[in-house]
Ligand binder design. Structure first.
Ligand code: GLC
Length: 717
């Protein structure tokens, strides 16, 4: 390969529109391109690959990239919703189907899974994430990678995955996208990096660097991340691709003078392929010729790119036979999307068994709200290839289910989720007043979450709170269904609904899934993958927080409205809480109700003392004491009471789903070793320390049962 041909492999350019423009044709023939993104017309992709293989000197096929984030034509719930299923098998299945539908169009690289940990739901990209917890994100991110890549990247229907955005992007200040991040190395290693390590361990073919600067060094030029962590510590051989023009943006950050210096910084830090901008194409060759970058450095970058192409089998066949694939959005794919939407919904409130609804006892059902019958909005963000024509909306599905058994009437109530006009509220209120139940579907349009779509106030937008209160004031029972790309601050909404079902943006089959959940055809089993704040001002609020030296307790908390006039300064407070919001979330991580009731009993540890080489089994009985079958996500949390650095009050270490018939008792056991208790200490090395540990088993991060064990160092002699 000539130097120019090597550098050509490092360029990913945007292509779209179903044709190959002359400039792209020439660039491919001259070996100046290694990849395109955003072309999904299979005939055009095949022509692009034909040009690369048969009309360039070396005949190197291209990577064809696309954002296949939560489905392709068949749209699954947004990743944050899928995370609420706590079901790796289901997440893997969704990725596998998305990969098949994308591969049928010639796509061989997806820019997913997005595994940024975020504890700030103001950030729009929390919608693409798998939640706030490193362990859950790592398990589900690995499942997505397995789904995308299969067990053989060269097999039809497998596409290369891309773990993104490496790293720390979710800590963007104030939840404002692209904003700076400052993360102490210890927190970076204990919180933000573990999901990426899990992705590397799962064999992810590539990683994408983030737009953000990390402690003053943009991720796309961050030698600590790209060399020390990824290559030297993790020994990863994955390809590293920049984000869209994130190499060019190094100068915008003020980290470099110009594109030439940006090319130098990114290449020497370890970014292999440049997305969309041309700093490498314009400057790498001269940087090599003047000796600032060695050609072996470029060779290593090219090797990382070619390795993915070899693993994909592109040198054997770069053409796509669309007929070899099942049709997109076929019945099986839609059914899988339905299952995912059912498993992703979280029941947050269900007073007096408001749900499930019994259609035989209902005459008039009101379906109200701007998201009740919108095939597009329920798909959520990042659905470039989604097709709303396949969507089943809530209204359609309820009408079909209810049939002639009751009257179903619809009113929008507000024009959009953002509109402030109350002009349609009266019609909705009148409908509510003459109905037996209101199914009110509120939340966020898809555009209000996702990349660059952040909100400083995460309450219900527009006039929706007013609509909810007006409908509730009629006295008709309100079942509130929420579609959103983030947790919303719902403290003011909760009192006005008898039941609340959080559906996220549930995808193509979301309406069918929600209708079946509301009428009890299926039961809710989702658990929150992210903490729900009472008010925006509590953010960041997350379950794995530190204890602090003055932790708040129910006893120490006093609401500011309850403070006596002229109270002495030290008479109130003195622990860590907000005077106007307290210190607990509205709904905690891991929380979710069902149509039954589960109790936990008889927690046991197999030993009170765990050795460095031993194992401990922690178990409990889970009993379905309610009226219906239930699927429960049993969760195991651990607390390291004393550490080389302060440790979280709880950390999720394991979970499992159990299905219980009415009255059924199941013995659930988890096994831990000392390695499961490892963390990065002050020296930034992974350590395991002897000491006392609390351990919990339960159905949320406010778990029911606690035990204790001690880890001893039996290796010291
Ligand atoms: C975007 C996103 C990234 C995406 C890429 C390609 O700006 O940050 O997640 O994969 O560009 O669309």
């Amino acid at each position: 390969m000539t130097l120019d041909e090597k550098i050509g492999q490092l360029a990913q350019v945007n292509a779209a529109g179903g044709h190959v423009p002359d400039h792209l044709r020439d660039a491919i023939r001259e070996g100046r391109i290694g990849s395109v993104l955003n072309e999904v017309h299979v005939d055009t992709v095949n022509e692009i690959q034909r040009l690369a293989v048969h009309e360039s000197r070396l005949g190197i096929p291209l990577l064809i990239g696309r954002d296949v984030i939560h489905g392709f034509t068949t749209v699954f719930p947004i990743p944050l919703g899928q995370a609420a299923s706590w079901n790796p098998t289901l997440v893997e299945e969704g990725a596998r189907i998305a990969a098949q539908e994308a591969a049928a169009c010639g796509v061989n690289l997806t820019f997913a899974p997005m595994i940024d940990i975020s504890r700030d739901p103001r950030w729009g990209r929390v919608a693409e994430s798998l939640g706030e917890d490193p362990y859950l994100t790592g398990v589900l991110g690995a499942a997505m990678i397995r789904g995308f890549q299969g067990d053989d990247l060269a097999r039809d229907g497998s596409i290369a995955a891309c773990a993104k955005h490496f790293a720390g992007y979710g800590a963007s200040e104030s939840g404002r996208d692209y904003n700076t991040t400052n993360i102490p190395e210890n927190e970076l290693r204990n919180v933000y990096l573990p999901p990426f390590k899990a992705a590397v361990d799962a064999g992810v073919a590539s990683l994408m660097t983030s737009f953000s600067d990390l402690d003053g060094v943009p991720a796309s030029a961050n030698t600590f991340l790209l060399k020390q962590v990824l290559r030297d510590e993790w020994h990863a051989d994955a390809m590293v691709i920049s984000d869209w023009e994130s190499i060019k943006q190094l100068a915008v950050h003020g980290f470099t003078e110009n594109d030439r210096e940006s090319a130098y910084q990114a290449a020497t830090a370890g970014v292999d392929m440049e997305m969309a901008s041309t700093a490498y194409a314009d400057h790498l060759a001269s940087l090599v010729r003047e000796g600032r970058i060695s050609e072996p450095t470029v060779d290593a970058m090219v090797r990382n790119v070619l390795r993915v192409k070899f693993r994909l089998g592109l040198f054997d066949n770069a053409q796509t036979d669309a007929a070899a694939y099942a049709p997109a959005a076929n019945a099986d794919h839609l059914h899988a999307a339905y299952n995912a939407a059912v498993a992703s919904a979280v029941l947050l409130k269900n007073d007096d068994w408001a749900l499930p609804l019994h259609v035989e006892s209902l005459d008039r059902i009101a379906v109200i709200g701007p998201l009740a019958d919108d095939p597009y909005e329920q798909l959520g963000t990042w659905i470039f290839d989604g097709d709303a024509a396949h969507s089943r909306t809530i209204l359609q599905s309820i009408r079909e289910f209810v049939g002639e058994r009751a009257t179903v009437e619809f009113a929008r109530g507000v024009q959009t989720t953002r509109s402030r006009s109350h002009e349609h509220v009266a019609e909705a209120v009148a409908l509510a007043a003459r109905s037996d139940v209101v199914i009110l579907v509120l939340g966020e349009e898809a555009i209000l979450s996702g990349e660059a779509h952040c909100r400083a106030d995460i309450t219900l937008p527009g006039a929706q709170q007013g609509l909810l209160e007006a409908v509730s004031a009629t006295g008709t029972k309100v079942v509130l269904v929420l579609m959103a790309g983030r947790p919303l601050a719902l403290e003011l909404a909760v009192p006005h609904a008898s039941a609340m079902l959080y559906a996220w943006h549930p995808g193509t089959m979301g309406g069918q899934a929600i209708s079946d959940l509301l009428f009890g055809v299926v039961s809710p089993s989702g658990k929150l993958p992210v903490t729900f704040p009472r008010v925006t001002g509590q953010i960041p609020i997350y379950y794995a927080h530190k204890h602090t030296g003055k932790p708040a307790t129910a006893e120490s908390f006093i609401h500011m409205e309850d403070i006596e006039p002229r109270a002495h300064q030290v008479s109130v407070g003195n622990t860590s809480f907000h005077l106007d919001a307290g210190f607990t979330p509205l709904f905690p991580f891991g929380f979710g109700l069902s149509y039954s009731h589960v109790e936990y009993e008889h927690m046991q540890c197999s030993t009170a003392v765990l050795t460095m080489t031993g194992r401990i089994t922690i178990s409990a009985d889970v009993v379905n004491v309610g009226p219906r079958p239930v699927e429960e996500v049993v969760q195991l949390y651990v607390r390291d009471l004393v550490g080389d650095v302060t440790r979280p009050v709880k950390e999720l270490k394991a979970f499992t789903r159990v299905q219980l018939a009415r009255g059924e008792r199941r013995h659930v056991a988890f096994t831990l070793t000392a390695r499961d208790l490892a963390f990065y200490g002050r020296a930034q090395r992974l350590i395991v320390e002897p000491g006392r540990f609390h351990v919990w088993i339960g159905g949320s991060s406010n778990p029911e049962l606690r035990a204790e064990f001690t880890l001893v160092d039996d290796t010291a002699r």
